[in-house]
Write a protein that binds this ligand. Structure first.
Ligand code: MN
Length: 254
């Protein structure tokens, strides 16, 4: 049998499970909220055009409104000033959108937890090297808060508090590892407090600046093994787009 026939047989037979890593898209899907004077994205929206009525007797359809960075989405390098001449979402090579993934599990850590280089190297000692051209999926358990914008952003008077990656670790992942990108459960790839880091937003700055990608608002990472999953994460081919909502699927051998 061919590899592709084996793949389809595995999915139909249940030896390969397709796991949905995507947050459902509704008007209440959490979105990033930047303070004044910065611009902000719109929430996801559905506007009915017709529903088997005078506006269209046999058909139902909607217009959608969304930001590029609304819900589960991919950040292209051009999203950040450190890659201002880099790839937009339409330019990402397709072969990179089907890629191996590993999961580093730090669920249960406190809201200001930061992934450090030592965490990554300790993980590699146990599980082997990070995958060439693959995703590092960083589990924090934050997906359980995704039903509520306030809980998800977890902001107080000092700003948002959500887990992320230290400056040194972001630089390490960008410059010293072969990964294609970083996937997280939070509203963005950076920690909630990363506006105060030096440089600010180091995951965006270093990873996108190195031509790598970000995936945000993932869920169900607890259903993936530490190694061995394959992630399918194709953004819409928005010409000039800085990001795009994505239906992120993981293939897992059972
Ligand atoms: Mn984004």
């Amino acid at each position: 049998m061919s590899v592709l026939a084996d793949l389809v047989a595995g999915i139909r037979g249940g030896t390969i499970e397709v796991v949905d890593l995507t947050a459902p898209l509704t008007a209440t899907t959490p979105i990033l909220m930047l303070p004044e004077p910065f611009g902000n994205t719109v929430p996801f929206g559905l506007q009915e055009i017709s529903r088997y009525d005078d506006r269209g007797p046999a058909w139902y359809w909607n217009n959608i409104t969304t930001g590029e960075h609304t819900g589960t989405h991919l950040d292209a390098p051009i999203h950040w000033v450190t890659a201002r001449d880099g790839e937009d979402v339409s330019q990402i090579p397709l072969g990179k959108l089907v890629a191996p993934a590993v999961v580093l599990d730090f669920a249960g850590s406190d809201p200001d937890f930061l992934l450090e280089v030592d965490h990554v190297t300790a993980w590699e000692k146990e599980h082997g090297p990070l995958p060439e051209g693959g995703w590092l999926l960083y589990r924090t358990g934050w997906d359980v808060r995704a039903h509520d914008q306030a809980e998800f952003l977890n902001a107080d008077e000092t700003g948002p508090h959500t887990p992320g990656v230290s400056v040194e670790c972001a630089r390490y992942l960008a410059e010293q590892t072969p990964i294609a990108g970083l996937g997280v459960e939070t509203v963005g790839t950076d920690a909630g407090a990363a506006h105060s880091f030096d440089p600010p937003f180091p995951c965006h700055s270093f990873l996108l600046g190195s031509g790598k990608y970000g995936l945000t608002q993932l869920r169900n990472l607890d259903r993936l093994p530490a190694t061995g999953a394959v992630v399918v994460a194709p953004p819409l081919p928005i010409i000039g787009g800085s990001g795009s909502p994505v239906r992120v699927l993981a293939l897992v051998e059972r």
